[in-house]
Write a protein that binds this ligand. Structure first.
Ligand SMILES: NC(=O)c1ccc[n+]([C@@H]2O[C@H](COP(=O)([O-])OP(=O)(O)OC[C@H]3O[C@@H](n4cnc5c(N)ncnc54)[C@H](OP(=O)(O)O)[C@@H]3O)[C@@H](O)[C@H]2O)c1
Length: 507
């Protein structure tokens, strides 16, 4: 049996990404459940207008997940247990200038990363590969262990059960067999760095360079079978780590991380990189889904991921770890997209029984509530038809407006709002299509069920008290209840206001 409390007591832990969505919950849970921990060293990048310390105060301590803990444990407790370092995980020595700053660290939890699907590839490389190289070098120098947070979706294009035992070096999703050695991470990285250099040194302007860098990531990911630049770079990060010798490491791969189940309170969620955009689209009345209704959506609540990372950290520190832990739910408790999207549409109808409430949208362009699952080809046809409908409708209204102007009817401006709303509608439809395209690999084109045997076996080694403190067991979640109570409420409260501001999602 492994006793997590005594394993962590007095330990020095370096956490990267502790000011992100997952990192904050992890940090809070760690200190709430294991207050005898020695010290948590938090690496935060300073911003132009904010020091790392200031970011810690505002982004971490004053964030909603910390509110209940500050009340219970007091601010001084966290200030005492956490040391903030200004740095950058992708730089040598984490970019921290003070000599000896990391001496005594036992465990590095590398949670920092760039979760954007199609950024300029140099950004992904830095956040998801260079940072792993540097954290591995630091851990080796300190003789510390390294827990690296990756993603289940390094599997790339796939159909079915994704095992945790698949060898990491040389893996690429389009590989025909285990003997296929066409992919070599070191060679791929060398050619990628060359390409980035060529683009940067070209005479193109900054905007064109950026577009080329985005295209380069997209092309490389697609060539080998990854569904986006994010997962391509995360897999490269894993492969670099797996080929580092003289280091104790483990890789933790969450599936899609969603709102909290219980800790720090049900429904905490942050940012739009989760399934939140899909939920907001469903709630806004989207009824035609390019989705396969019997595919399970592989999600896992953020506090379960945080709990499992702590458990894996203890296993790693005691040397009882396995190389990979996938954190997902569908192999023990699947919830298929069909019932899930139906649940969301029912919720939309419940909240807004007459379809879109926006009175500026002509009723003939408002969404209906008849849910349909369609193949990608039909979705494309429907998109074109919808664009034509919006344009025809706009022209008809303009023609009516022009006619009215020539009559004695005082109709000036009567249809202005409706005409203007067509432009918004077309823009929203475009943004929505772009978003849905990014999610199609997860809801239509691939079917993923991730094996989670390793984390179950790991939890079987923990004491009953630890299993209660940091519960895993996704098989006990009632998904309908979770989606209604935690996800929808959480997304509406924490993500929707930001979404309306930043993504023009129609809600
Ligand atoms: N969200 C998911 O659904 C999901 C699923 C599977 C795996 N994961 C993995 O979980 C980890 C955390 O994801 P998240 O959702 O919490 O993302 P997030 O909210 O975007 O947080 C990412 C954090 O990483 C930090 N970071 C990035 N590059 C850094 C660098 N070079 N040095 C120091 N810090 C750096 C960011 O700091 P700044 O604020 O300075 O940018 C931010 O605090 C990532 O490794 C991700 O790949 C996430």
């Amino acid at each position: 049996m492994i006793d997590v409390s005594s394993t962590l007591a007095g330990r020095q832990i370096l956490l990267t990404g502790g000011n992100g969505f997952l990192g904050k919950v992890l940090l809070a849970l760690l200190l709430d459940r294991y207050p005898d921990i020695g010290q948590v060293h938090l690496l935060i990048r300073p911003k132009r207008d904010q020091t790392a310390e200031q970011r810690f105060e505002t982004d971490v301590l004053d964030s909603p997940p910390f509110a209940p803990l500050l009340t219970a444990l007091g601010r001084a407790f966290f200030r005492d247990k956490i040391t903030v370092w200004a740095g950058d995980a992708a730089q040598p020595n984490a970019g921290v200038e003070q000599p000896g700053w990391a001496d005594g660290i036992d465990l590095i939890i590398h949670c920092a990363g760039l979760v954007e699907f199609f950024p300029p590839v140099d950004q992904s490389l830095r956040a998801n590969v260079d940072s792993v190289v540097e954290m591995a070098a630091l851990a080796r120098r300190l003789e510390a262990k390294l827990l690296h947070v990756s993603t289940c979706y390094v599997a790339g294009k796939a159909d079915g059960f994704i095992e945790e035992t698949e060898p990491i070096p040389g893996f690429y999703p389009n590989r025909s067999s285990l003997n296929d050695d066409s992919f070599n991470a070191a060679a791929e990285l060398e050619s990628l760095r060359d390409e980035i250099r060529r683009i940067r040194e070209s005479s193109a302007d900054d905007r064109a360079k950026n577009e080329q860098l985005i295209a380069a990531g997209r092309r490389r990911a697609a060539r080998w079978g990854w569904v986006n630049t994010y997962t391509y770079s995360k897999s490269l990060g894993e492969q670099v780590l797996a080929q580092t010798s003289g280091l104790g490491w483990t890789i933790v791969r969450p599936a899609i991380v969603e709102s909290s189940w219980r800790f720090p309170f049900p429904g905490w969620i942050e940012g739009g990189r989760t399934a939140a955009p899909l939920v907001l689209m469903a709630l806004s009345g989207m009824t035609e889904w390019p989705a396969c209704p019997d595919i399970p959506l592989e999600i896992i609540p953020v506090d379960k991921v945080a709990a499992a990372i702590i458990a894996c950290g203890a296993l790693l520190l005691t040397g009882e770890h396995r190389p990979v832990y996938q954190l997902a739910s569908a192999d023990t408790n699947p919830f298929a997209l069909g019932p899930l999207i139906q649940l969301l549409c029912d919720e939309a109808r419940f909240v807004n029984p007459n379809g879109s409430s926006d009175s500026k949208i002509p009723f003939w362009l408002r969404p209906s509530f008849g849910l349909r699952f369609l193949p990608a080809s039909r979705i494309r046809e429907n998109r074109q038809a919808r664009a034509r409908r919006i344009e025809t409708s706009r022209r008809i209204l303009i023609a009516i407006q022009d006619k009215l102007k020539k009559t004695p009817i005082p109709a000036n401006g009567l249809l202005d709002d409706w005409i203007a709303s067509h432009r918004t509608l077309a823009l929203q439809a475009h943004l929505r299509d772009q978003t849905i395209d990014q999610y199609m690999p997860f809801i239509l084109e691939n079917r993923y069920i991730f094996e989670t045997r390793n984390i179950r076996d790991g939890y079987a080694r923990l004491s009953a008290a630890d299993r209660e403190k940091i519960p895993w067991a996704p098989e006990t979640i009632d998904w309908s209840e979770y989606w209604r109570e935690n996800q929808i409420g959480g997304i509406r409260k924490w993500v929707q206001p930001e979404a309306v501001r930043n993504w023009s999602v129609q809600v």
